[in-house]
Design a protein. Structure first.
Length: 189
């Protein structure tokens, strides 16, 4: 026999928590800056010296609902040869040690830009980029592997099933505790 009052007592706070979190992320307008490594490549030119050239790119995207301002892409070492696509207004502040920052004044909601670098060994991609941040905070750095994306309805079904599973597990756990308590009371009498 299922104790529906107990199920209701477990489910209502969990539903309120999930709905509150969803409403919070949907209603609050703020920038959400993300950055990830686009590609890393090494080329050997077919010239007299077999020159080796390294290249990589980072993608910076504002996935939030407001503009991100003063995006700063920090570098341990800033190569002379870099390209920003699409070409956005930016400035460069270099340091004496060879590092520096590329500063992009604004990325509107949904906008993204890619910075591609060209440099020579022994320099590697790990020795180039230091951080990405804006006036609103640090960017979330993603280590991504290209993968197919699930459809929204399938993700929704998975969340519902996960929620039902959590409620069921909590229900069984509380029922076991209540049965254990009642068994202990009957034995102690």
């Amino acid at each position: 026999m299922i104790n529906w009052t107990l199920v209701k007592d477990i489910a209502i706070p969990l539903v309120a928590l999930v709905l509150g979190k969803c409403l919070d992320s949907w209603l609050i307008k703020r920038p959400k800056l993300i950055s990830y490594l686009g590609h890393v490549s090494t080329f050997t030119l077919h010239d007299e010296k077999n020159t080796v050239i390294n290249t990589h790119a980072i993608v910076i995207r504002n996935a939030g609902r407001m503009s991100a301002t003063n995006i700063r892409v920090g570098h341990y070492f800033l190569p002379t040869n870099y390209q920003i696509f699409p070409n956005v207004v930016h400035k460069v502040e270099k340091t004496e040690t060879g590092g520096g920052e590329i500063i992009i004044p604004k990325l509107v909601s949904g906008e993204q830009t890619t910075i591609s670098y060209l440099y020579f060994p022994p320099l590697t991609y790990a020795q180039i980029n230091a951080y990405t941040k804006s006036d609103e905070g640090m960017a979330k750095i993603l280590n991504v592997i290209p993968a197919p994306q699930l459809s929204k309805w399938l993700i929704c079904i998975m969340w519902v099933l996960m929620f039902v599973g959590v409620v069921a597990i909590l229900y069984v756990f509380i029922e076991l505790i209540l049965k254990g308590v009642s068994l202990w009371h009957s034995v102690s009498r």
